[in-house]
Design a protein around this ligand. Structure first.
Ligand code: NAI
Length: 417
């Protein structure tokens, strides 16, 4: 099957950027060198649906070096870096279907195209590829031994498939690895979402009111970093414990209806639908900047916003201004993940850990698939610990080891005061 990318001549720019990212991916470098030698993915056809970024390219090259035949497609219509897609095709012979700004029809067609590789394994980010396989391309299911899933929203969808007994092969939830969500979701999203908002708007955050919807792993990182830039942060939640955590972390916590009236910036990162909804739009501050960092573009009710507005115009590359009554509402990147649409996604250093988990889990599936059921599995702790160990080593950080006395103490129940 022939690749579909924007312009193959962009490959040299992509090559240099991919190399730059690789320099800050020491764990993946080590994983790559071992997998290249051992070739555990020999005879494996792998279909990957991921954000086509420089870090993803390094993962896909690693999987190819490990022996896999790889086809990939984008996991979001706006997150593709066209130069990276060109580099994958031209310099690595990886079949790629990804063009930034493609419409929904083209996006799904690309996923279907990537399945023509007849996968033995899938690697998904958001579960669109797995869903499509189970709904309309079931003929490919019989050759698949397992898969992996990158993000929270994808894991939620897979858990629902597993609960309803429709999932047809085992999937490892890479998102659930400690070395993934503690760093990628928290520090990665915290930094890159603000990077996206700043590149899109070039506005100062200091002294502004920044509303974060959702205080999960991503929301915590975003609130922490917005606070660090001098914004007054308000958190909205639906979970009492998370709301309490936000309050004790020093943030104001209130309902969406209250918070949205105050926000100069509002960013939703919940994985939920219509968090900023129809009834909120009229109450927003004039000039408010709203964005989404959750996986799908469903967190802001854009349909309602479009219906309610008397005028809309593109103000800057990633800003669309809507006139609602007398107020201006600025929507970033069509409500798609702002860090990947308006910036470059997470820094390589965190993707290093997420994608090393991905590569090592692929190897684990080849070795263990016969023992696995058609369920969603956590990343084995041995893989998680290995990733943390290599990362610490690369940072030249040494930690203590338990003494035998301490090991004995921790395993005993007899000794008290
Ligand atoms: P999480 O499950 O840790 O946190 C989500 C939080 O949102 C929870 O605390 C939940 O109670 C809260 N929430 C749900 N509905 C809400 C509502 N109506 N109003 C306010 N709060 C609400 O999930 P995590 O890991 O933080 O991920 C959030 C989303 O971000 C997911 O869609 C995930 O796939 C996506 N994601 C995006 C990344 C990016 O690069 N932009 C990176 C990693 C994850």
């Amino acid at each position: 099957m022939k690749s579909d990318v924007k312009n193959l001549l962009l490959n040299t720019k992509g090559r240099d950027r991919v190399e730059w990212a690789y320099r800050d991916m020491p764990v993946l470098q080590e994983v790559n060198s071992v997998l290249s030698r051992n070739k555990p993915l020999k005879n494996i056809n792998l279909a990957a649906c991921l954000h086509i970024t420089t870090e993803t390219a390094n993962l896909l090259i690693t999987l190819k070096n490990a022996g896999a035949k790889v086809a990939c497609c984008a996991s979001n219509p706006l997150s593709t870096q066209d130069d990276v897609a060109a580099h994958l095709v031209k310099d690595h012979g990886i079949t790629t279907f990804a063009i930034k700004g493609i419409n929904d029809r083209g996006y799904y067609k690309h996923i279907v195209n990537s399945l023509a590789i007849k996968p033995n394994m899938t690697m998904d980010d958001g579960c669109d590829l797995v869903t499509l396989l189970h709904k309309t391309r079931r003929k490919y299911l019989k050759e698949i031994i397992g898969g992996t899933e990158e993000t929270t929203t994808g894991v939620i969808r897979l858990q629902s498939m597993s609960k309803n007994q429709v999932l047809k092969y085992p999937i490892i939830a890479v998102n659930n690895a400690f070395t993934k969500h503690l760093f990628d979701n928290r520090y990665g999203t915290g930094q890159s979402v603000l990077d996206g908002i700043m590149r899109a708007t070039n506005r100062l955050l200091a002294g502004k009111t920044f509303v974060v919807c959702g205080y999960g792993w991503c929301g915590k990182g975003l609130a922490m970093r917005a606070n660090g830039l001098g914004a007054n942060v308000i958190v909205t939640e639906i979970d009492s414990t998370k709301a309490l955590e936000a309050k004790m972390d020093g943030f104001q916590v209130m309902t969406g209806s209250e918070a949205f009236k105050k926000g100069d910036f509002i960013c939703s990162v919940t994985g939920n639908i219509n968090v900023i909804d129809k009834h909120h739009f009229k109450t927003l501050k004039d000039g408010v900047i709203i964005s989404n960092a959750g996986h799908f573009n469903v967190e802001i009710n854009i349909k309602a916003l479009k219906k309610m507005s008397s005028k809309k115009r593109k103000l800057r590359t990633d800003i669309e201004e809507f006139t609602v009554g007398k107020k201006k509402v600025n929507l970033l990147s069509d409500g798609r993940l702002v860090n990947l649409s308006a910036a470059e996604g997470h820094p390589s250093s965190v993707m290093d850990m997420s994608f090393s988990n991905q590569a090592l889990c692929s190897e684990y599936i080849v070795k263990n698939h016969k023992k696995l059921k058609n369920e969603v599995y956590d990343v084995p702790l041995s893989i998680d610990n290995k990733v943390a160990r290599i990362k610490l080593k690369s940072m030249n950080v040494k930690i203590d080891k338990l003494t035998s006395e301490q090991t004995k103490y921790l395993n005993s129940w007899e000794s008290g005061t």
